[in-house]
Ligand binder design. Structure first.
Ligand SMILES: [Zn+2]
Length: 321
Protein backbone atom coordinates (compact mmCIF):
# COMPACT_ATOMS: atom_id res chain seq x y z
CA UNK A 1 0.00 0.00 0.00
CA UNK A 2 2.78 2.37 1.01
CA UNK A 3 4.66 1.44 -2.13
CA UNK A 4 1.63 2.32 -4.29
CA UNK A 5 1.23 5.65 -2.55
CA UNK A 6 4.93 6.35 -3.12
CA UNK A 7 4.61 5.55 -6.84
CA UNK A 8 1.53 7.73 -7.10
CA UNK A 9 3.30 10.69 -5.48
CA UNK A 10 6.37 10.10 -7.63
CA UNK A 11 4.14 10.10 -10.70
CA UNK A 12 2.56 13.37 -9.67
CA UNK A 13 5.95 14.91 -9.10
CA UNK A 14 7.33 13.72 -12.42
CA UNK A 15 4.40 14.39 -14.70
CA UNK A 16 2.71 17.47 -13.40
CA UNK A 17 5.51 19.90 -14.33
CA UNK A 18 5.53 18.40 -17.83
CA UNK A 19 1.78 18.61 -18.06
CA UNK A 20 1.65 22.21 -16.93
CA UNK A 21 4.59 23.05 -19.22
CA UNK A 22 2.70 21.61 -22.21
CA UNK A 23 -0.38 23.55 -21.20
CA UNK A 24 1.61 26.78 -20.99
CA UNK A 25 2.96 26.19 -24.48
CA UNK A 26 -0.51 25.63 -25.80
CA UNK A 27 -1.74 28.81 -24.21
CA UNK A 28 1.30 30.65 -25.53
CA UNK A 29 0.56 29.38 -29.02
CA UNK A 30 -2.89 30.89 -28.96
CA UNK A 31 -1.61 34.34 -28.04
CA UNK A 32 0.09 36.35 -30.75
CA UNK A 33 2.69 39.08 -30.40
CA UNK A 34 0.11 41.71 -29.51
CA UNK A 35 -1.27 39.47 -26.78
CA UNK A 36 -4.42 38.90 -28.83
CA UNK A 37 -5.84 35.38 -29.07
CA UNK A 38 -5.55 34.03 -32.61
CA UNK A 39 -7.74 31.40 -34.25
CA UNK A 40 -6.81 27.96 -35.48
CA UNK A 41 -6.51 28.94 -39.16
CA UNK A 42 -4.02 31.62 -38.33
CA UNK A 43 -2.08 29.14 -36.23
CA UNK A 44 -1.83 26.74 -39.15
CA UNK A 45 -0.85 29.58 -41.47
CA UNK A 46 1.84 30.72 -39.07
CA UNK A 47 3.45 27.32 -38.80
CA UNK A 48 3.63 26.51 -42.50
CA UNK A 49 6.19 27.63 -45.02
CA UNK A 50 4.95 29.60 -48.00
CA UNK A 51 5.21 28.42 -51.60
CA UNK A 52 4.41 31.32 -53.90
CA UNK A 53 3.27 30.68 -57.47
CA UNK A 54 2.55 33.05 -60.36
CA UNK A 55 -1.01 32.04 -61.31
CA UNK A 56 -4.05 30.25 -59.94
CA UNK A 57 -3.83 27.12 -62.10
CA UNK A 58 -0.34 26.41 -60.81
CA UNK A 59 -1.52 27.03 -57.25
CA UNK A 60 -4.15 24.33 -57.59
CA UNK A 61 -1.74 21.80 -59.13
CA UNK A 62 0.90 22.44 -56.45
CA UNK A 63 -1.72 22.17 -53.70
CA UNK A 64 -2.83 18.80 -55.00
CA UNK A 65 0.74 17.53 -54.67
CA UNK A 66 1.79 19.00 -51.31
CA UNK A 67 -1.58 18.65 -49.56
CA UNK A 68 -1.44 20.40 -46.21
CA UNK A 69 2.35 20.39 -45.88
CA UNK A 70 2.81 23.95 -47.16
CA UNK A 71 0.88 27.14 -47.57
CA UNK A 72 0.40 27.78 -51.31
CA UNK A 73 -0.48 31.25 -52.60
CA UNK A 74 -0.77 32.77 -56.06
CA UNK A 75 0.40 36.26 -57.07
CA UNK A 76 -2.48 36.67 -59.56
CA UNK A 77 -6.07 36.08 -58.47
CA UNK A 78 -8.87 34.00 -60.05
CA UNK A 79 -10.24 35.61 -63.22
CA UNK A 80 -7.19 37.79 -63.81
CA UNK A 81 -5.29 38.23 -67.03
CA UNK A 82 -1.77 37.06 -66.15
CA UNK A 83 0.63 37.99 -69.00
CA UNK A 84 0.75 41.73 -68.33
CA UNK A 85 0.05 41.73 -64.58
CA UNK A 86 1.50 44.67 -62.59
CA UNK A 87 3.33 43.77 -59.39
CA UNK A 88 2.12 45.51 -56.20
CA UNK A 89 4.06 46.33 -53.00
CA UNK A 90 2.17 43.58 -51.16
CA UNK A 91 3.40 41.05 -53.75
CA UNK A 92 6.94 42.00 -52.76
CA UNK A 93 6.14 41.51 -49.08
CA UNK A 94 4.66 38.09 -49.83
CA UNK A 95 7.68 37.22 -51.95
CA UNK A 96 10.01 38.04 -49.09
CA UNK A 97 8.11 35.60 -46.84
CA UNK A 98 8.13 32.75 -49.37
CA UNK A 99 10.69 29.95 -49.54
CA UNK A 100 10.17 29.49 -53.27
CA UNK A 101 8.64 31.16 -56.31
CA UNK A 102 7.16 28.84 -58.95
CA UNK A 103 6.35 30.10 -62.44
CA UNK A 104 5.29 28.69 -65.80
CA UNK A 105 8.00 30.36 -67.89
CA UNK A 106 8.02 30.38 -71.74
CA UNK A 107 7.54 34.18 -71.39
CA UNK A 108 4.08 33.79 -69.83
CA UNK A 109 4.75 35.97 -66.78
CA UNK A 110 6.14 39.10 -68.45
CA UNK A 111 6.59 40.59 -64.97
CA UNK A 112 8.40 37.68 -63.28
CA UNK A 113 11.99 38.59 -64.14
CA UNK A 114 11.75 42.02 -62.54
CA UNK A 115 9.78 40.63 -59.61
CA UNK A 116 12.29 37.94 -58.74
CA UNK A 117 15.24 40.34 -59.17
CA UNK A 118 13.84 42.25 -56.18
CA UNK A 119 13.70 39.13 -54.00
CA UNK A 120 16.07 36.64 -52.50
CA UNK A 121 14.00 33.55 -53.24
CA UNK A 122 14.58 30.18 -54.91
CA UNK A 123 12.84 29.93 -58.29
CA UNK A 124 11.30 26.98 -60.14
CA UNK A 125 10.52 27.54 -63.83
CA UNK A 126 8.40 24.74 -65.29
CA UNK A 127 9.33 25.51 -68.88
CA UNK A 128 12.95 24.52 -68.14
CA UNK A 129 11.69 20.94 -68.37
CA UNK A 130 9.03 21.26 -71.09
CA UNK A 131 9.22 21.06 -74.89
CA UNK A 132 7.88 24.30 -76.37
CA UNK A 133 5.60 24.86 -79.33
CA UNK A 134 6.41 28.13 -81.06
CA UNK A 135 4.15 31.03 -82.01
CA UNK A 136 4.47 31.80 -85.70
CA UNK A 137 2.92 35.26 -85.90
CA UNK A 138 3.46 38.94 -85.24
CA UNK A 139 5.92 40.22 -82.69
CA UNK A 140 5.72 36.84 -80.94
CA UNK A 141 6.92 34.92 -83.97
CA UNK A 142 9.53 32.36 -82.93
CA UNK A 143 8.76 32.68 -79.20
CA UNK A 144 7.42 29.72 -77.23
CA UNK A 145 3.67 29.53 -76.73
CA UNK A 146 3.35 29.56 -72.93
CA UNK A 147 -0.06 27.85 -72.55
CA UNK A 148 1.09 24.24 -72.25
CA UNK A 149 -1.20 23.43 -69.27
CA UNK A 150 -4.26 23.73 -71.53
CA UNK A 151 -3.62 20.20 -72.80
CA UNK A 152 -4.37 17.47 -70.24
CA UNK A 153 -1.43 15.49 -71.65
CA UNK A 154 0.96 18.35 -70.76
CA UNK A 155 -0.87 18.88 -67.45
CA UNK A 156 0.35 15.42 -66.47
CA UNK A 157 3.91 16.58 -67.25
CA UNK A 158 3.39 19.64 -65.03
CA UNK A 159 2.48 17.31 -62.14
CA UNK A 160 5.60 15.19 -62.70
CA UNK A 161 7.95 18.19 -62.91
CA UNK A 162 6.44 19.81 -59.82
CA UNK A 163 6.46 16.55 -57.87
CA UNK A 164 10.22 16.17 -58.49
CA UNK A 165 10.99 19.81 -57.66
CA UNK A 166 8.89 19.80 -54.49
CA UNK A 167 10.39 16.50 -53.35
CA UNK A 168 13.84 18.06 -53.67
CA UNK A 169 12.63 20.97 -51.59
CA UNK A 170 11.18 18.67 -48.93
CA UNK A 171 12.75 15.18 -49.25
CA UNK A 172 11.05 13.89 -46.09
CA UNK A 173 7.66 14.11 -47.79
CA UNK A 174 8.73 12.63 -51.11
CA UNK A 175 6.62 9.47 -50.74
CA UNK A 176 3.54 11.48 -49.80
CA UNK A 177 3.99 13.88 -52.74
CA UNK A 178 4.48 10.97 -55.11
CA UNK A 179 1.28 9.30 -53.93
CA UNK A 180 -0.73 12.53 -54.16
CA UNK A 181 0.68 13.19 -57.64
CA UNK A 182 -0.30 9.72 -58.86
CA UNK A 183 -3.90 10.07 -57.64
CA UNK A 184 -4.08 13.50 -59.27
CA UNK A 185 -2.55 12.35 -62.55
CA UNK A 186 -5.11 9.53 -62.78
CA UNK A 187 -7.88 12.12 -62.65
CA UNK A 188 -6.28 14.18 -65.45
CA UNK A 189 -5.76 10.98 -67.46
CA UNK A 190 -9.48 10.21 -67.25
CA UNK A 191 -10.32 13.64 -68.74
CA UNK A 192 -7.69 13.07 -71.46
CA UNK A 193 -9.15 9.67 -72.37
CA UNK A 194 -12.74 10.90 -72.48
CA UNK A 195 -11.81 13.73 -74.85
CA UNK A 196 -9.81 11.41 -77.13
CA UNK A 197 -12.77 9.01 -77.29
CA UNK A 198 -15.06 11.85 -78.35
CA UNK A 199 -12.64 13.09 -81.02
CA UNK A 200 -12.39 9.59 -82.47
CA UNK A 201 -16.05 9.89 -83.42
CA UNK A 202 -15.47 13.15 -85.33
CA UNK A 203 -14.52 13.58 -89.01
CA UNK A 204 -11.20 15.33 -89.63
CA UNK A 205 -12.97 18.13 -91.52
CA UNK A 206 -14.84 18.98 -88.30
CA UNK A 207 -11.76 19.32 -86.13
CA UNK A 208 -11.23 23.12 -86.09
CA UNK A 209 -10.80 24.99 -82.82
CA UNK A 210 -11.34 28.73 -83.27
CA UNK A 211 -10.61 30.92 -80.23
CA UNK A 212 -9.80 34.57 -79.36
CA UNK A 213 -6.27 34.02 -78.01
CA UNK A 214 -3.96 31.52 -79.71
CA UNK A 215 -3.72 29.69 -76.41
CA UNK A 216 -4.76 26.24 -77.60
CA UNK A 217 -1.73 25.16 -79.64
CA UNK A 218 -0.75 22.40 -77.20
CA UNK A 219 -4.31 21.07 -77.04
CA UNK A 220 -4.77 21.14 -80.83
CA UNK A 221 -1.37 19.52 -81.43
CA UNK A 222 -1.88 16.78 -78.82
CA UNK A 223 -5.38 15.88 -80.03
CA UNK A 224 -5.08 16.29 -83.80
CA UNK A 225 -7.16 19.48 -84.12
CA UNK A 226 -6.50 22.52 -86.34
CA UNK A 227 -6.16 25.84 -84.54
CA UNK A 228 -7.31 29.32 -85.57
CA UNK A 229 -7.52 32.50 -83.48
CA UNK A 230 -8.09 36.25 -83.52
CA UNK A 231 -4.79 37.21 -81.86
CA UNK A 232 -1.71 35.18 -80.88
CA UNK A 233 -1.21 36.37 -77.25
CA UNK A 234 -3.51 38.31 -74.88
CA UNK A 235 -0.82 40.84 -74.05
CA UNK A 236 -1.32 42.14 -77.62
CA UNK A 237 -5.03 41.53 -77.86
CA UNK A 238 -5.79 44.08 -80.58
CA UNK A 239 -7.99 42.77 -83.29
CA UNK A 240 -7.01 43.93 -86.77
CA UNK A 241 -9.34 43.88 -89.84
CA UNK A 242 -6.90 41.49 -91.52
CA UNK A 243 -7.00 38.94 -88.69
CA UNK A 244 -10.74 39.22 -88.42
CA UNK A 245 -11.21 38.70 -92.18
CA UNK A 246 -8.93 35.67 -92.13
CA UNK A 247 -10.90 33.98 -89.33
CA UNK A 248 -14.25 34.83 -90.98
CA UNK A 249 -13.02 33.35 -94.24
CA UNK A 250 -11.88 30.12 -92.57
CA UNK A 251 -15.10 29.66 -90.56
CA UNK A 252 -17.20 30.17 -93.69
CA UNK A 253 -15.10 27.99 -96.00
CA UNK A 254 -14.78 25.09 -93.57
CA UNK A 255 -18.35 25.51 -92.30
CA UNK A 256 -17.07 25.44 -88.75
CA UNK A 257 -20.08 24.97 -86.44
CA UNK A 258 -18.89 26.84 -83.34
CA UNK A 259 -16.25 29.35 -82.27
CA UNK A 260 -15.02 30.28 -78.80
CA UNK A 261 -13.43 33.02 -76.71
CA UNK A 262 -11.77 33.11 -73.27
CA UNK A 263 -12.86 34.14 -69.80
CA UNK A 264 -10.28 36.88 -69.22
CA UNK A 265 -10.90 38.90 -72.42
CA UNK A 266 -13.90 40.51 -74.14
CA UNK A 267 -15.85 38.16 -76.46
CA UNK A 268 -17.11 41.08 -78.55
CA UNK A 269 -14.94 40.44 -81.63
CA UNK A 270 -15.69 36.73 -81.64
CA UNK A 271 -19.42 37.43 -81.37
CA UNK A 272 -19.07 39.58 -84.50
CA UNK A 273 -17.35 36.68 -86.28
CA UNK A 274 -20.22 34.38 -85.24
CA UNK A 275 -22.78 36.86 -86.55
CA UNK A 276 -20.91 37.28 -89.82
CA UNK A 277 -20.36 33.57 -90.48
CA UNK A 278 -23.43 31.82 -89.09
CA UNK A 279 -21.31 29.86 -86.63
CA UNK A 280 -22.59 29.41 -83.08
CA UNK A 281 -20.73 31.24 -80.32
CA UNK A 282 -19.76 28.18 -78.28
CA UNK A 283 -18.88 30.00 -75.04
CA UNK A 284 -15.87 31.08 -73.03
CA UNK A 285 -12.97 28.77 -72.31
CA UNK A 286 -10.68 29.18 -69.30
CA UNK A 287 -7.05 29.71 -70.16
CA UNK A 288 -4.83 31.88 -67.98
CA UNK A 289 -6.79 31.86 -64.71
CA UNK A 290 -9.23 29.72 -62.78
CA UNK A 291 -12.68 31.11 -62.00
CA UNK A 292 -13.72 32.14 -58.50
CA UNK A 293 -15.70 29.75 -56.27
CA UNK A 294 -19.01 30.40 -58.05
CA UNK A 295 -17.60 29.82 -61.54
CA UNK A 296 -17.23 26.61 -63.57
CA UNK A 297 -13.43 26.42 -63.28
CA UNK A 298 -12.64 26.63 -59.60
CA UNK A 299 -9.95 23.94 -59.92
CA UNK A 300 -7.61 22.83 -62.72
CA UNK A 301 -9.61 19.59 -63.15
CA UNK A 302 -12.86 21.61 -63.35
CA UNK A 303 -11.22 23.93 -65.86
CA UNK A 304 -10.14 21.06 -68.12
CA UNK A 305 -13.57 19.44 -67.91
CA UNK A 306 -15.36 22.73 -68.55
CA UNK A 307 -13.16 23.57 -71.56
CA UNK A 308 -13.39 20.16 -73.16
CA UNK A 309 -17.16 19.86 -72.55
CA UNK A 310 -17.67 23.34 -74.05
CA UNK A 311 -15.60 22.34 -77.09
CA UNK A 312 -17.52 19.04 -77.43
CA UNK A 313 -20.90 20.82 -77.28
CA UNK A 314 -19.69 23.38 -79.81
CA UNK A 315 -18.43 20.72 -82.21
CA UNK A 316 -21.77 18.94 -81.91
CA UNK A 317 -23.85 22.08 -82.54
CA UNK A 318 -25.45 23.01 -85.85
CA UNK A 319 -24.60 26.18 -87.72
CA UNK A 320 -27.28 28.83 -87.80
CA UNK A 321 -27.24 29.04 -91.58
ZN1 LIG B 1 -2.69 33.71 -72.26
Amino acid sequence: MKKNLFLFLLGLLLFSPLASCKKNNEIQNYINKNNQPINNDELIKKDKKLLLVSFTILKDIVKNIVGEEFLVESITKPGMEVHGYQITPSDLVRGSNAIIFIENGFGFELWAEKYVSNLNVKRITLSDNLEPLFINEDIYKGKPNPHAWISPKRGILYVDILMEALSELDPENKAKFKKNAQIYKNKIKKIDEDFSLFLNTLQKSKKYLVSCEGAFSYLTKDYGLTEAYLWPVNAESQITPKRMARVIDLVKTKEIPAIFCESTVSSESQLSVAKETGAVFGGNLYVDSLSDKNGPAETYLDMLSHNLDTIKNGFNSSREN
